[in-house]
Ligand binder design. Structure first.
Ligand code: DP6
Length: 324
């Protein structure tokens, strides 16, 4: 009886154009295309060992043994790998994040990208970038974007085959920084998976989805031309549209806290004052404040002065998922 093991590293990503809502919840086929950058310095490292001696899959994250729905979600991705590799062995999965647990950084993107790469390598599969991205998507939609490097677009696609992510520019293309203002480290009450299902209960969602290709193209061009002003406007607009869906879903999802709004107002005022900076917010209260790298210290200092900001984490543009 032999064991087969592999370790992979992946970065989380922050979306400029958001994925919110699915065409197919089970397959995680996103309702609209999305665009993000990987976050350098923040990473998940995952080791998968297929072991014929195991009676079931087992999972530990940051040293804590997990079961229930979290293990079931990991097992679903492992099932896909087992099917592809014609394997019946269970696996031991060890995962560590180097960023603080509960810092409000969505770790499902880096988690399922690292899991997909480690599991497929441990199973002896040699998947190309597109295949890995699709596999990661089945674990978490945003994880598809943590497979390729740098600035990454996830295609909406009407089938599993059509919905994968690809790089639109390498990390060195544009030296952007993400200053993450942590407002609350509490675990969110309603996670993204449930949130995607609620999106269709908002009467605004069809309008948001219909206009997504236009925003995506505007953002893609702004990134390619390093045009910060256009980038800032479309990133904030897209964020507001997603939060409008959340707030008008039934039941409503209101992720913002008072400090979230204080940061939004401050960032807008700084930009009026000609500091190149903009914000975006995921399914939580923390605010990702984007700026060209040369302004990161100014932005970080200003964010720390806002009451309610507990800490600020700073990340640059990261590479793709890789084997360790
Ligand atoms: C608000 O990828 O976290 O961060 O597929 O259920 O894991 P699941 O959802 P997830 O959704 C991402 C939502 C978002 C926007 C984005 O990253 O595009």
């Amino acid at each position: 009886m032999t064991t087969h093991s592999a370790t992979a590293i992946a970065h989380p990503n922050i979306a400029f154009i958001k994925y919110w809502g699915n065409l197919d919840h089970d397959a995680r086929l996103p309702a609209n295309g999305s665009l993000s950058m990987n976050l350098a310095g923040l990473e998940t490292r995952t080791t998968v060992t297929f072991d014929p001696g195991l009676p079931a899959d087992q999972l530990s994250v940051n040293g804590e043994r997990l079961s229930g729905p979290k293990l079931a979600r990991v097992s679903r991705l492992l099932d896909n790998v087992r099917r592809m590799a014609d394997l019946e062995t269970f696996a031991d999965v060890h995962s560590e994040n180097n960023f603080p647990a509960g810092a409000g950084i969505a770790s499902s993107s880096s988690a399922f990208a690292a899991l997909g790469l480690a599991a497929s390598a441990a199973a002896g599969l040699q998947l190309d970038e597109q295949e890995l991205s699709r596999l990661a998507r089945t674990g978490s939609g945003s994880a598809a974007r943590s497979i390729p490097p740098g600035f990454v677009e996830l295609l909406a696609g009407e089938s599993h085959a059509e919905s994968y992510a690809h790089s639109i520019a390498p990390p060195e293309h544009w030296d952007l920084s993400d200053c993450i203002a942590v407002v609350s480290a509490e675990h969110k009450a309603v996670g993204s998976t449930q949130g995607h299902q609620l999106a269709e209960t908002s009467p605004l969602q069809p309008a948001r989805v219909a206009d997504a290709p236009r925003r995506l193209e505007l953002c893609r061009q702004a990134v390619l031309k390093r045009d910060f002003q256009t980038f800032a406007e479309v990133v904030e607009h897209d964020c507001q549209l997603m939060h409008a869906i959340m707030m008008t879903s039934q039941p409503p999802l209101i992720y913002w806290q008072p400090a979230t709004l204080a940061i939004i107002q401050a960032v807008r005022a700084w930009r009026e004052d000609s500091l190149p900076v903009c914000y975006t917010i995921d399914a939580g209260p923390n605010v990702h404040v984007l700026c060209p790298r040369q302004h990161r210290q100014t932005v970080e200092g200003k964010l720390r002065e806002i009451p309610g900001v507990a800490q600020v984490l700073v990340a640059g543009v990261g590479g793709g998922a890789r084997l360790a």
